[in-house]
Design a protein around this ligand. Structure first.
Ligand code: CP
Length: 303
């Protein structure tokens, strides 16, 4: 496998092998382990056309833990601002012979174009509304560490499904690992046609949460919305926010996940945000481990 562009097309065995390697790194990193020089003399370029805290810092940390060199191209301070095209930017960076280019772009499909132009491995760090495969992998890693096997479990994904590449990637990852997926959100933020997706759309929070082991809240993606798709943050929180009261509908021991960044008091109320039921910070540590595993296995030809 040269590139990781989406979850669709991966096999359950490939996903499990990444999660298994990530588990080895997670144990060492959380015990305060030192960097592993497995990727010494290798290099990673991050090329983010959209803002990021978690994904970019996590890839940089993952690469450095493994001893690789990292170049973070700041698009806002690059020749992109002089009008350089995506293709010319890609060819220029590839001429520096990196092993991996991690790309985020607002346009769905941009990492696929990049992958066709460059010799480096390409990892999609999020493209438009399409996919965020490493987020789904880290979500599966974190949930699997919490529950053991995910086979037969149910997830409820709540919120802005329409604009969420995280939801799309998670729906595929969850079903590949044997989970059932339910969706709920404002009708204005629900895709008009979900018939091709392996999930069911619910008409109430209660219907979505009943039987759920994982409740995943999505960030409201204001930057992708053209107009007022919901009346106010307060009203969104009232009908679509997660709090301890609505979590009573979910299974005993259910957890809350959120890809971040969180709009505090909107998608998640304060009573759950800073409570152990919400494992968003463990997801971040899981993300570091998953990205270490992915860089290691892609460069090592193990996928
Ligand atoms: N979850 C996620 O992609 O966060 P960032 O936008 O901060 O990378």
């Amino acid at each position: 496998m040269k590139d990781l562009l989406q979850i669709r097309g991966l096999s359950p065995e490939q996903i499990e092998s990444i999660l298994s390697r990530a588990g080895e790194y997670f144990d060492v990193v959380t015990a305060g382990g030192k960097p592993f020089p497995k990727l010494k003399d290798r290099s990673v370029i991050t090329l983010f056309y959209e803002n990021s805290t978690r994904t970019r810092a996590s890839f940089e940390s993952a690469a450095k833990y493994l001893g690789a060199e990292v170049v973070n191209l700041s698009v806002s301070a690059s020749s992109v601002q002089k009008g350089e095209s995506l293709k010319d930017t890609a060819l220029t960076l590839d001429a520096m012979c990196p092993d991996v280019i991690v790309m985020r772009h607002a346009q769905s499909g941009a990492p696929h174009r990049l992958a066709g132009w460059v010799k480096a491995h390409v990892v999609n760090g999020g493209d438009g509304l399409h996919a965020h495969p490493t987020q789904a992998l880290l979500d599966m890693f974190t949930a699997q560490r919490h529950f053991g096997s995910l086979n037969g479990r149910t997830a409820a994904i709540i919120g802005d499904i329409e604009h969420s590449r995280v939801a799309r990637s998670n729906i595929y990852a969850m079903t590949l690992l044997g989970m059932k997926v339910k969706l709920f959100g404002p009708s204005t933020l629900m895709p008009s046609d979900m018939s091709g997706m392996p999930c069911t759309v619910c008409s109430s929070m209660r219907e979505a949460l009943e039987g759920a082991d994982i409740v995943m809240a999505l960030r409201i993606q204001l930057e992708r919305m053209k107009g007022g798709l919901f009346p106010s943050a307060g009203e969104y929180n009232k009908y679509f926010g997660l709090n301890k009261d609505v979590m009573k509908y979910a299974n005993d021991g259910a957890i809350i996940m959120h890809p971040g960044p969180v709009n505090r008091g909107v998608e998640l109320s304060h009573d759950v945000l800073d409570d152990p039921v919400c494992i968003k910070d463990i997801q971040v540590t899981g993300g570091l481990s998953v990205r270490m595993a992915l860089l290691d296995m892609l460069i090592g030809g193990e996928l």
